[in-house]
Design a protein around this ligand. Sequence first.
Ligand SMILES: Nc1ncnc2c1ncn2[C@@H]1O[C@H](COP(=O)(O)OP(=O)(O)OP(=O)(O)O)[C@@H](O)[C@H]1O
Length: 206
Amino acid sequence: MRIIGTVGLPGSGKGEAAAVAREAGIPVVTMGDVIRAETRRRGLDPSEHHGEIAQQLREEEGETAIADRCIPLVRDAAEDQSGEPVVLVDGLRSMAEVERFVDAFGEEFLLVSIEAPFDLRAKRLGDRGREATDLDREKLREREERELGFGMGEVMDAADLTIENDESLQAFREQVEAVLEQGEAAVDERGSAAGRTQSGDGGERE
Ligand SMILES: Nc1ncnc2c1ncn2[C@@H]1O[C@H](COP(=O)(O)OP(=O)(O)OP(=O)(O)O)[C@@H](O)[C@H]1O
């Protein structure tokens, strides 16, 4: 079994990575969906109260509240597969969550950080326009600070590998496909995923 967890700031490309997985027939457990479902269960609109309920859940049930709810969903998704199961978990946010996944899945868990500069993320979110906050740079900063407050920076630093999403969508999708297919083996000795430099400075392909 391979469980691939993603971490990344808003607009970095986690949703795209999840879409690539779904297209490849790999089930996706979205941590944000667990929060959205809980927000709706409490009679609130997830587009407005998502962050608040995420925080409340952690206060009520502890830092791993959301990870705890995801783990059985991951196991169910793995059980439904023939061959070596692969499941993508979209959106880890704290070291407590990472540790919870490592406890549950050990070396079968691979943490992947998806990174892109603020301006690029702000532009992509503006184009996406899914939520009111997507269009507002200040709101994006606030959301980002809230997520960093949960310890996301530390999680990004702790990742087994990093995908720099600072080029075309096609280039990003190819890197994600390589990681889904080969895990850490997709990264060569110079730290490139899918034959692309990981530093993001030149961005040239082999
Ligand atoms: N390399 C890229 N080139 C162009 N557009 C991209 C690229 N990567 C992602 N996008 C687009 O940018 C937007 C934000 O990406 P995505 O929704 O995957 O981010 P996210 O990390 O899931 O953000 P959030 O945490 O806010 O949900 C999407 O519309 C996506 O299609």
